[in-house]
Design a protein. Sequence first.
Length: 349
Amino acid sequence: MVVTSAHTIREEISQQPHAIQATLDAEREHIADFAEQLRQRDIRRVLLAARGTSENAATFARYLFGVNNHVLVGNASASLFTVYGVEMDLSDTLVLGISQSGRASDVVELLEQTRPHAALTAAVTNTAESPICHVAQIKLLTHADREQSIPATKTYTTALAVLHQLSAYWAQDTKMIDSIQQVPQLMAQVFAQEDHIRQRSERYRYLETASVLARGLDLCTAQETALKFAECSQIVSSAYSAASFMHGPIAALGKDVLSVLIAPQGQALGSMLEVAMALEERNAETLVISNEPSLLEIADVPIEIPPMPEHISPLVTIIAGQLLAYHIALHKRLNPDQPPGRRKVTYTM
């Protein structure tokens, strides 16, 4: 699918099916070999290091590796090693850095600091000749080509594809390995709804705040959609687990706050139904991205996605989030390619 657009980000959104296929074709054997290494070393823990959009990809890895590979997964704290000088046995641990540019300095430093503790270090990045590739023992590349718009799109979904396949090969789950081949066709079904998304998103041209809710494997989609709302549409957005939302933030719900529910069918759907009913009782404005009819029926703005296995849904549902953020930006007469105050690469320490 090729889209001619005045905005680079829209073209890059449309390039994602091709970018994912290119990544799988180039990295499949490498991912399988690395998964075998994880089994041979009996890796039992994974520490994740990432920032920005890559941190949302890390959220996907946190749930996926836990659910599918039955390992303990957590976010790494670089200060344990760089500030406090903690000595720690990491011989059964994978330290995985995710950085589109490969230049996130704190992520690079963490990989350097943990390797002497016997950790196995790996990087997922779109940039082969980058600092993170020089320090990581294993590099898993995304083949998204250069991403020119400041908000990330294709580098995010190609990272999800790599993480998905790493989990599948690690678990030796043939059905899961093959399932990712459905993603381009499933994405096409979401693209087919773009005119509906464009028309219905016009009601949010004055929107200033939004809450984006999901649970489990699609929490990363809520986080990434909220980030795209902020970057492209200048909407102050917060992402919540549906469970966390019910424990406090729902009390601050106002009539001018949009609640976006990302709720594909799967094991996490029950929590999303619960929060949807609570929002309906409060007459809240809701936009629902789902393939569950009962949820779509009660939404102010429903966006239907096709049926799919839950573990590949984050690669597909985010297309709706990206298109929403893009078209709201156009309704607001903003430039979604160049968010104010943002650069493509942000350096943090």
